[in-house]
Write a protein that binds this ligand. Structure first.
Ligand SMILES: [Zn+2]
Ligand SMILES: [Zn+2]
Length: 731
């Protein structure tokens, strides 16, 4: 992010767009005339100007309307080549290197400036401005202008109709009405499901992607490893896509990224830890080095063509999570990503509520917000409450080995476990590949601080007595192959559960996993261990906002339109109701589904069409080759088993040389079902001989005849419907 070509300043005088070399729209803006005589003014010394000594209070008063304040700003010519002024809509190249040009222009009218306001301050430069300088030159319209205007525009709040909210009316009369480029929001995942989050934001000739996650299959996709969004729509707009922004490092937000980047190589923008976790993913797919990963920080803005993407800090169950504000010609869109409000976070600071509020008072066109916990009342507890529970449990577990199962990515939780281990003089051993990877990345990037020697190798675990050990492991969801499940089933090579174990499951079962977790808890208890889980103590808090926090977000951002995201239908519906309850008109709440094109011209917003969207199944190295037919067969095989019928026929004479023989799998145990098999064989021989006698040589017809007759016989005898595959060999 060091290619400082220009920057965009909003009406607060804040930088809102970073530099981008390829910005045609802004770079193309006509530059104001350069007035060498200006330099003769007595305002400030050139030297102070050059070094960027900009006095904010002196020249810009945020509380005053732009029309009655002096708005001037210099910049540091050492690291800025030019800038775009949002309010005046002008772009300035780096003239100040000569010390002779004031980049933000000057007030055209002396009366605009209220002298009384700066009595004690140095006389502003333009007091000495010659009259002939007062003609302003205005740049041509561009997307950037439209963007500027959109940011100026204030949407009176639907709830209050509060005209006072209009703090920044359109300032310059020179702004002709601009037809706003319609904005499209296209969710490709994450609606009506929890998983594979992905949204495309599209405007004019530019587009970008927010998140690209995966989902884990449930019982309806046997054998499938992961599920990713259908990317086929992106092929249609591939030349428009400027990049991918990622809200945080959870699998449901980054898990599909490697598959997408294999198709289209795009720059990725994310915070530091998120980039660290993405690097791990790319390494697995041999993509590291070929993808441009850009580290961003909260409050930074990245330009995506005619749009600008701003990152805003939020709290979540992984560090470095951000929400996103998209500044577009049609207005501001706020996407919360996954969030909660934690006033006492373990690390990283409190969610930037002030910024959400600021955006709200400027006017937010639409809010897209996390619906995961929309059904839960009140507030989500702070992560710190888990720490105090741990403290009590570590006391209780004195003399025993402690095993804690949690999510690999919950670095705050792991930090608290390590803190406890230090306090209770225990060593920490880490189990599970994902856990080891995430902890490694977090320590390397400074998100986890653990004194040397606390984390030990699994191999050296046996050198310490059990009561001096804390084992952190994956498997809090009862996943069949996870370390905790293998320990429970007594299949783990290195750990055997005994009554000397104190086990804490520091997670809530994800809906659908309850049975798996219960099974693991049962087995652990059967081994005599003490097991503690959420229902008993506060050993887990959610990473997602509950109703009160969701209402807070709505109240701060005051969106004109509301789009609940990140949830199953019931969550979206509940979240929509919350928005209506606090005053957003029902018609302004949009519950979408993946593939919907949600379009807005800046005043209205509605679903106007759809694009291809769905799920792509990944099985081993195959991406998308497992489709509905394959799944149907897998389910059929899994439920009813398979019968293969083999016969050899001499094609000329039609004599049956061998068979028909029957091979079955997953249907019945043949040795115990001889009678059934003999009957089946008789039926098949009769069917085949019948075909031969009629001189049938159409193999497909013969096969389907055999299949039908056998199927009928088996159903009659067993009420089962196995898959039947006849094979006829000709000689
Ligand atoms: Zn998340
Ligand atoms: Zn998520």
């Amino acid at each position: 992010m060091d290619n400082n070509e220009f920057e965009v300043i909003n009406q607060f005088g804040e930088k809102i767009a970073p530099k981008n070399k390829n910005n045609d729209e802004i770079a193309g803006v006509e530059r104001p005339a350069y007035k060498p005589s200006y330099n003769g003014g007595k305002y400030r010394s050139n030297s102070s100007y050059r070094t960027g000594s900009y006095n904010r209070e002196n020249s810009y008063n945020r509380d005053k309307k732009p029309s009655d304040q002096a708005y001037s700003k210099s910049y540091d010519s050492r690291n800025t080549k030019g800038r775009y002024d949002y309010r005046t809509g002008r772009y300035t190249k780096d003239y100040s290197a000569s010390g002779s040009y004031n980049n933000s222009g000057y007030r055209s009218n002396k009366s605009d400036y209220d002298h009384s306001r700066s009595d004690s301050k140095p006389a502003p430069y333009y007091q000495n401005k010659p009259q002939e300088q007062t003609k302003r030159q205005y740049p041509k319209k561009s997307y950037a202008d439209a963007l500027a205007e959109a940011n100026m525009r204030n949407t009176p709040h639907p709830m209050t109709n509060d005209s006072q909210a209009v703090l920044f009316p359109s300032v310059s009369s020179n702004h002709r009405p601009v037809k706003r480029s319609p904005l499209k929001i296209i969710p490709l995942g994450g609606l009506n499901e929890i998983g594979k989050n992905m949204t495309v934001i599209e405007c004019a000739n530019d587009a970008f992607i927010i998140d690209c996650g995966l989902a884990f299959p449930d019982n309806d996709a046997p054998g499938v490893d992961v599920i990713i969004p259908d990317f086929s729509y992106l092929d249609q707009i591939s030349d428009k896509i400027r990049g991918i922004v990622i809200t945080h490092g959870h699998e449901d937000h980054i898990g599909g990224l490697a598959y997408l980047l294999k198709k289209i190589n795009l720059p990725v923008y994310a915070t530091r830890l998120t980039v660290g976790l993405i690097e791990g993913k790319l390494k697995e797919h041999n993509l590291l080095g070929s993808v441009k990963l850009n580290v961003v920080v909260p409050r930074q803005t990245v330009k995506m063509g005619c749009m600008a993407v701003e990152f805003i800090r939020v709290n979540h169950s992984i560090p470095d999570a951000v929400a996103i504000a998209v500044h577009t010609p049609a207005g501001i869109i706020v996407h919360t990503g996954d969030f909660k409000v934690d006033y006492t976070p373990i690390e990283g600071g409190i969610i930037d509520l002030a910024r959400f509020g600021e955006l709200g008072s400027r006017g937010v066109l639409a809010l897209m917000a996390d619906s995961t916990n929309a059904e839960r009342k009140g507030y989500t507890q702070s992560e710190r409450t888990v720490g105090s529970s741990f403290e009590k449990l570590f006391d209780t577990a004195e003399g025993k080995r402690i095993i804690i199962a949690t999510f690999a990515s919950n670095i705050h939780r792991i930090q608290q476990i390590c803190n406890m281990a230090v306090r209770y003089d225990r060593k920490v051993a880490v189990f599970g590949r994902s856990m080891v990877n995430v902890i490694g990345t977090a320590i390397e990037l400074g998100y986890l601080s653990v004194p040397d020697g606390i984390i030990i190798d699994i191999e050296s675990m046996n050198r310490f007595p059990p009561e001096k050990i804390v084992l952190i492991t994956t498997g809090s969801q009862g996943e069949p192959m996870s370390a905790l499940t293998r320990m429970a089933m007594n299949e783990h090579k290195k750990v055997t559960i005994t009554p000397q174990d104190f086990i804490i499951i520091s997670a809530t079962p994800i809906p659908g996993n309850e049975k798996l977790v219960t099974k693991v808890v049962n087995e652990l208890m059967r081994s005599g261990a003490e097991v503690v889980y959420e229902a008993m103590y506060e050993v887990h808090v959610s990473g997602h906002a509950c109703q009160d926090e969701l209402k807070l977000m709505l109240a701060l951002t005051k969106p004109r339109f509301f789009i609940p995201v990140h949830g199953e239908y019931k969550h979206l519906k509940k979240h929509a109701q919350l928005a209506v309850d606090i005053g957003i008109p029902k018609d302004n709440v949009i519950i979408g589904k993946i593939g919907d094109v949600i379009e807005s011209d800046g005043t209205d917003m509605k679903i106007t069409g759809s694009v291809p969207a769905g799920r792509v199944l990944v099985d081993g190295l195959g991406v998308g080759d497992v489709g509905s037919i394959v799944l149907r067969d897998r389910k059929h095989l899994a439920e009813d088993g398979l019968i293969i019928v083999v016969a050899t026929i001499e094609s000329e004479s039609g004599t049956i040389l061998a068979g028909p023989d029957i091979v079955s799998r997953g249907f019945v145990y043949v040795r115990e079902s001889e009678e059934l098999m003999d009957g089946a064989k008789k039926i098949l021989t009769a069917a085949l001989q019948g075909c031969m006698d009629k001189n049938m040589r159409e193999w497909n017809a013969i096969k389907s005849r055999m299949k039908d007759e056998l199927s009928e016989y088996i159903y009659m005898k067993t009420k089962r419907d196995p898959m039947i595959l006849p094979i006829i060999m000709e000689i």
